[in-house]
Write a protein of this length. Structure first.
Length: 164
């Protein structure tokens, strides 16, 4: 037991000579170093930034999966084609430009992982479609449509499940 205590003292003295602090994470006067406290908003912003990053390195060999569902999917789910790589390069370039110009906006989600864990481009353009029935654009028109074309018939035995 004395040998162990002597060896520990020798190690501590050598560490002092070489300038190595005795206990990592504590200054020499014995007080704890205060770690910066991160708020929930900062953590959420960091997660949001990391989710929106586009990975621009692709493995040459697709990962071998033990999952039968992943094996049944086509190769396009597990691999990234050259056209998709080029598209992801363009998307990452666009994402960086938007981030520089509009720092206060949320980061764009342009690519995310699919079922096989491969990052694919997500089209975010939404085209407005017009219905062929302009009366359905307002709630009053919807009410009139339901009133005119749907006939309500209560069930005889409303407490039983419908069989047909």
């Amino acid at each position: 037991m004395n040998d162990i205590a002597t060896n520990l003292q020798d190690v501590a003295e050598r560490n002092l000579v070489f300038g190595i602090p005795q206990s990592p994470g504590y200054p020499e006067d014995g007080r704890e170093i205060e770690k910066p406290v991160r708020t929930v908003d900062e953590i959420l912003r960091q997660v949001q930034r990391e989710l929106c990053l586009i990975e621009l390195c692709w493995p040459d060999v697709p990962p071998i999966t033990e999952d039968l569902y992943a094996r049944s999917l086509p190769d396009s789910y597990r691999c990234v084609s050259d056209k998709e790589r080029l598209l992801l390069w363009y998307a990452e370039n666009f994402r960086r430009q938007v981030q520089v110009r509009h720092k206060n906006r949320r980061p764009l989600m342009l690519a995310c992982a699919n079922e096989c864990g491969v990052q694919k481009f997500v089209s975010t353009s939404i085209r407005r479609s017009t219905l062929p029935y302009p009366e359905l654009y307002t709630w009053r028109g919807c009410v009139k449509f339901v009133n005119d074309y749907i006939e309500y018939q209560p069930l005889d035995e409303h407490f039983l499940m419908v069989s047909k």
